[in-house]
Design a protein around this ligand. Sequence first.
Ligand code: GLN
Length: 197
Amino acid sequence: MNNPPVIGVLALQGDVREHLIALAAADAVARPVRRPEELAEVDALVIPGGESTTMSKLAVLFGMLEPLRERVRGGMPVYGTCAGMIMLADKLLDGREDQETLGGIDMIVRRNAFGRQNESFEASIDFAGIDGGPVEGVFIRAPWVESVGAEVRVLATYDGHTVAVRQGNVLATSFHPELTGDDRVHAYFVDMVRAGR
Ligand SMILES: NC(=O)CC[C@H](N)C(=O)O
């Protein structure tokens, strides 16, 4: 097997540690990324769950917004969970007025969409491209994808709402696979990164 890919976890805010552990379990070299110099050294990036408004503010404060946008535009593989999905949306509904996203997926995401109905819940999710049965999805004040462009593949839905999507090298889920001890979604992402090298 060739060298394991080096995958960063954006460590401005959110559940960074759980992603580092899940990525290591999926045979990647995982490390936190806070600064542009650290971003430059990784092959791919995970954007964790947390609070997207805070993450967006800290990205501006740490001078990370433009470097992140540039890497995403340049084709770096990225995976965003929950708040991370929000960060990857080209368009956002129910965001804060000054809230910035990186974009990367041609989709409209509604922030806190499930949260209005149910703050937090778990559900079995059939995930296209992942074998071995459904993955357990942990949803915490989760967004859903309201609509997608022609280039976007819908990988999973729950209750009629899109909760996992992929466009090229960019992957996003409304839920948190890093909290379940099941590393198949991270392994799927690591495979995407390997395939792109
Ligand atoms: N678990 C999460 O990441 C929640 C996301 C949060 N509701 C936000 O708007 O960023």
